[in-house]
Design a protein around this ligand. Structure first.
Ligand code: MRU
Length: 347
């Protein structure tokens, strides 16, 4: 299993994804402020991974506190949660992870639970969320694997793999499950400019697992679809609105339109906590704008002229009408998504 992140007695240990695939190094966050930096700087990234990282960050903040009274600790917990919530805006899993530990803290504090007991329970919950993430993705993977033909080439964008989660992955979890079921799956991975999650991370992860993988530049997807070389597209999501509109890595929307034009099914694979019932439709999803240097620089070297204006939105929204199915651990949801999402929420 790829060790994306791990709770240790010393702190939370992260595989440094900014260094992959050239270096496999680890960063140890020994306090919650360091966890916030690790998330903000994308040492850990991917919606599910940052959700559990944020939960571990809150647990770490509580564990490291020297507060001796509940009111004192509550003030600190507010600050911990605020700091972690400000790291990245788009993936709803981040806010979900914070809320999970905070809600437990609030209920324990309301019952005047001794502080050492609060600490132990918050750490245990963060570790439980880690285990549940992997368990849910294995079920999701099996649900999605059934959708793929016995022989297929599947295009994916960005990295929705073990590295974007505690393990296994969502889009890549479906691919892993199909391969485990004996299907012959080839993967086409978009490089995913500007951060190159496809080129650096998806390619690394799939080669590591021995799954046949071809890396293509983002602007090649239409060519391969027009030649009949792609049988399905599967991507992850950072936030799915209540009507099924799905935010994912910038460029996903273009792939979805290409898929529609070429009659290729376009699936979104995401655990149910990526669905945000408080976001009615995709226009309401906050889109992170990242540093211009991600576009202007390559491996630390400027490759663009001085003075050119830069835009760098990190995500886009694919309208629900382009999505053939949303693959979750609660089943494969189909249009109309407002109804299927609401029904799955009752399960
Ligand atoms: O900016 P990133 O690398 O965190 O973006 C990640 C993605 O867009 C993934 O496709 C998404 O999180 C789904 S996989 C959990």
């Amino acid at each position: 299993m790829i060790p994306t992140l791990e709770w240790t007695p010393e702190g939370v240990r992260f595989l440094d994804q900014t260094k992959l695939p050239l270096e496999e190094t680890y960063v140890l966050a020994t306090d919650y402020q360091q966890v916030a930096i690790v998330i903000r700087d994308m040492i850990v990234r991917g919606a599910m991974a940052i959700g559990v990282s944020a939960a571990m960050g809150v647990a770490l903040g509580i564990d490291r506190s020297t507060a001796t009274t509940i009111p004192e600790l509550t003030t600190e917990v507010d600050e911990v949660c605020r700091t972690l919530a400000e790291t990245r805006p788009t993936a709803v899993n981040l806010f979900w992870g914070i809320a999970q530990v905070r809600n437990l803290y609030t209920s324990l504090a309301a019952r005047d639970t001794p502080i050492p007991e609060i600490k132990a329970q918050c750490i245990a919950l963060a570790q439980q969320l880690y285990d549940e993430d992997i368990a849910n993705l294995k079920i999701l993977g099996a649900n999605g694997a059934a959708l793929l033909p016995d022989e297929a080439t599947v295009l994916t964008h960005c990295n929705a793999g073990a590295l974007a989660a505690c393990g296994y992955g969502s889009a890549l979890g479906v691919i892993r499950a199909a391969v485990e079921a004996g299907k012959k799956i080839d993967v086409f991975a978009d490089e995913t400019r500007p951060f190159n999650q496809g080129a650096r991370l998806t390619a690394w992860e799939l080669v590591h697992d021995g799954i046949p993988t071809t890396l293509i530049c983002d602007n090649m997807a239409g060519y391969f679809m027009s030649k009949g070389r792609i049988q399905a597209v599967i991507v992850g999501a950072d936030r799915i609105a209540a009507n099924g509109d799905a935010a994912n890595k910038i460029g996903t929307y273009s792939v979805a339109i290409l898929a529609k034009e070429h009659g290729v099914p376009f699936y979104v694979a995401a655990p149910f906590n990526t669905i945000d019932p408080d976001t009615a439709h995709g226009d309401m999803i906050p889109i992170e704008q990242r540093a211009a240097t991600e576009v202007t620089h390559f491996q630390g070297k400027q490759v663009t002229p001085d003075g050119v204006r830069i835009e760098n939105p990190a995500f886009d929204v694919t309208p629900a009408k382009y999505i053939a199915g949303i693959i979750t651990e609660r089943g494969v949801l189909r249009a109309p998504y407002t109804e299927s999402i609401a029904a799955a929420a009752q399960l």
